[in-house]
Ligand binder design. Structure first.
Ligand SMILES: Cc1cc2nc3c(=O)[nH]c(=O)nc-3n(C[C@H](O)[C@H](O)[C@H](O)COP(=O)(O)OP(=O)(O)OC[C@H]3O[C@@H](n4cnc5c(N)ncnc54)[C@H](O)[C@@H]3O)c2cc1C
Length: 380
């Protein structure tokens, strides 16, 4: 985003370096499950989803370049269609990221940006009036400004090298940990045989941090899905398998069944629960509890589970940790080395899934470009 905003400006040459052969790998990964680019929420509520940095920083950042500007960029400058889903999430029409990346790359090249794949940054330093960059293949390059957008710690087979480089230069870099990750749950083999890979649909997940409606997926090791990404932490939690009805309403509905059916059969007939929810009741509630209607209904409304540890960083959608905010000023310039800037997931902030991650990355990209323009005396 920074390169796109700076491209085509008189007197500015932009070079974009990426350690991998191809650009935007994580966007492609994100697009494999439907590229959710942003969220439709009032500004203040949107900004409240970010942890790390100050509330004023996030409201300012999003006021300068928020969801409307990002959507307008995709539609008007890249020529792609977007839509707002029922969950108030924005998506690109084709759902995958490949079209977005191809159009973005074309836009950059048309604006004169030079793209350098297979170029891993190994070092940077200020030498007199300019900044020197060293790459893995021995190449050196000189620049007036350097914008770092080196990414977070998640979904990487080899942990990124940049935190060590920055620490060696005296920067505070908080260690990475999994965020927006699945959590372990000890399932019985019988339950897994029936429910592995299936969704727990229209549920409410809760723990001491709050409650979140949505869908969870049962996995061999535990649970994945937005409610757990929002609230997950090791410890006691519960799932409401029928959040749209109160316990009393469920009880009344099940007691109204005339036939002398067992409680679990009444649940199956009358509550329209999904397969995985029924499997939970069959395999993770004792036979004695299943025979008692009131106890069974209590389980439907508050199914107790215990979350274990989060999945490892390599499987997490994002990470906590990264370059400390205290190393940056509001223009995202690194205080220790003037002329260098940083943005995106490499900074120590985090947010839930729902388009908040990509939105922050592009909003910071826009801020980086505007800061460079301002510092060079050019209009933003
Ligand atoms: C499975 C998955 C699903 C996701 N789904 C969504 C979603 O639906 N919605 C959403 O908002 N977000 C989603 N995200 C998160 C989103 O992809 C990231 O927030 C976003 O890509 C962050 O952008 P970034 O530019 O900060 O970092 P990145 O996209 O990680 O880019 C950083 C780049 O820097 C390169 N690099 C690192 N070190 C060096 C070096 N030394 N030299 C040169 N290059 C280097 C990396 O190779 C990388 O390409 C998802 C992530 C994952 C893993």
């Amino acid at each position: 985003m920074a390169a796109a905003r700076l491209s085509g400006r008189p007197g500015i040459r932009v070079d974009l370096f990426e350690r991998r052969a191809g650009f935007g790998r994580k966007l492609l990964v994100a697009g494999s499950s439907g590229l959710n680019i942003s969220h439709d929420l009032p500004a203040e509520e949107f900004a409240s989803h970010y942890a790390g940095g100050t509330p004023a920083f996030w409201s300012g950042l999003l006021a300068d370049f928020g969801p409307p500007e990002w959507i307008a960029f995709i539609e008007n400058e890249l020529g792609l269609e977007t839509f707002r889903g029922t969950s108030r999430r924005y998506f690109v029409r084709e759902m995958k990221a490949s079209g977005l990346l191809a159009a973005w790359r074309k836009r950059l090249e048309a604006g004169g940006v030079r793209l350098h794949g297979n170029s891993e940054l190994k070092d940077f330093r200020r030498e007199g009036g300019s900044l020197r960059l060293s790459f893995g293949d021995g190449r050196e390059c000189e620049a007036d400004r350097v914008l770092f957008a080196l990414g977070g710690g998640s979904w990487e087979d080899v942990p990124p090298f940049w935190p060590d480089l920055f620490r060696a230069k005296g920067f505070e870099v908080e260690p990475f940990a999994s965020a927006n990750a699945g959590h372990a749950v000890e399932w019985s083999p019988a339950f897994l045989a029936e429910a592995e890979g299936k969704p727990l649909k229209k549920i409410r997940f809760g723990n001491r941090r709050g409650e979140k409606d949505g869908e969870l997926v049962v996995t061999r090791y535990g649970l994945e899905g937005t409610p757990v990404y929002f609230l997950g932490e090791p410890g006691d939690a519960w799932i409401d398998l029928k959040p749209d009805l109160t316990e009393a309403a469920i009880l009344a509905r099940l007691e109204a069944v005339k036939e002398n059916f067992a409680p679990i059969r009444r649940v199956k007939l009358k509550l329209d629960l999904c397969e995985a929810s029924l499997a939970l009741l069959f395999h993770h509630v004792s036979e004695a509890e299943r025979r008692d209607l009131r106890t069974l209904v209590a389980r439907v409304k508050r199914f107790p589970i215990r979350l274990g540890s989060a999945r490892p960083l390599a499987e997490a959608i994002s990470s906590t940790g990264g370059l400390a905010f205290s190393e940056l000023d509001d223009s995202l310039e690194l205080r220790k080395i003037p002329g260098t800037y940083a943005g995106g997931e490499m900074i120590a902030w985090h947010a839930p899934t729902g388009g908040f991650l990509i939105q922050a990355a592009v909003s910071m990209g826009a801020r980086l470009a505007d800061s460079v323009l301002r510092s060079s005396g050019k209009p933003a």
